[in-house]
Design a protein around this ligand. Sequence first.
Ligand SMILES: Cc1ncc(COP(=O)(O)O)c(C=O)c1O
Length: 403
Amino acid sequence: MSSNGNNGHIPFVDLVTLHKELQDELVPVFRTALETAGFIGGPMVEQFEMNFATFCDARHCVGVSSGTDALRFALMAAGVQPGEVVITVPNTFIATTEAISQAGARPAFVDIDERTYNMDPAKLQEILETECSLDRETGRPFHRGLQKTISAVVPVHLYGQMADMDPILELARRYNLIVVEDACQAHGAEYFSAKENRWCKAGSMGHAAAFSFYPGKNLGACGEGGAVTTNDAEIARKIRMLRDHGQSKKYYHDIEGYNGRLDSIQAGILHVKLGHLPEWNRKRQEAARRYNDLLSSVDRVIAPYEPEWSRAVYHLYVIRVQDREGLQKHLADAHIGTGIHYPVPLHLQKSYAECGHKLGDFPVTEAVASEILSLPMYPQLQLAQQCRTVEGTTEFVAAGSLR
Ligand SMILES: Cc1ncc(COP(=O)(O)O)c(C=O)c1O
């Protein structure tokens, strides 16, 4: 994961070069923490929270210990209750649904759009209109099959591209649903809201949003970390309690909470890296454009689709080919790292066997999951490395190996 690309190897992700480049800025963060023994909370966390809220155009940011906790706390603080249903997509990392279950709710799925690979709002509408009855007391949909109330929807901004938020938010308004954005892969991504007639940042559109700072993310810590952004002061207040054992002040526990804080060293590191994030995202966007150009003449390879309303930040650059395993092996033989995000849709994972889903339930996700391949993508990626990756892909296609 973090090889630095020596010996002609093109790593899938290069975290070594990035941290070498930043050493002079990062080492003082550790020194400050050691000299002040400020390891938990304090000014480094508060400063980062303020800056990240500003970056996301959100009023509040609460640092937490991971993206998974950010999702769980956001759902709980926004009002999801045990026994309710939360809708999301099957084409995401399992943390999305783990957080829903950990909040006491039951995840349910809606299929994705064939081109963006994100939640298909038309299919969400279909579920709400055809599989649910309106509960007049709550104004919320009651799912007849599950015999439970749907209280929230979690659109995932996968691969660094935002979900089509206008129609999702419109449905949420109509059905009184909570919206928690899973922005764990989308730091800095933007969506043009026709309704608001402006570009909106990931993390500013739902009731709350969750970010992950896992090291390989566009904004990554040197360890674990996450954050919730929200424009709702009450949600922010509840999350501050949830992350810190339910305390409203030291040793006064209004509720039972969790040990889910963002530590000060990680906050200090994130503060330094946030200063570089706009440039890193621009470099990822440039690299994506170069891949698009290089791949435009390669038959039977589908490049990522970016609608007019999207400014994606390319956490991942995901192509679609028929013999994905064959191409992955061919590139591995040429010392080019790739990834698959994700090979098994969540509804077909063993962990969700009791939900009773079968092959064919979410056909778009299933088709996409069997053909996607993530190519090397990071701000330091060189043109020559991209050319070699595309050459390897072209060779494989030209050899007629794709059927
Ligand atoms: C879409 C998505 N949701 C949630 C998470 C969970 O984040 P973390 O690993 O920080 O808990 C991730 C991280 O990989 C993710 O990619």
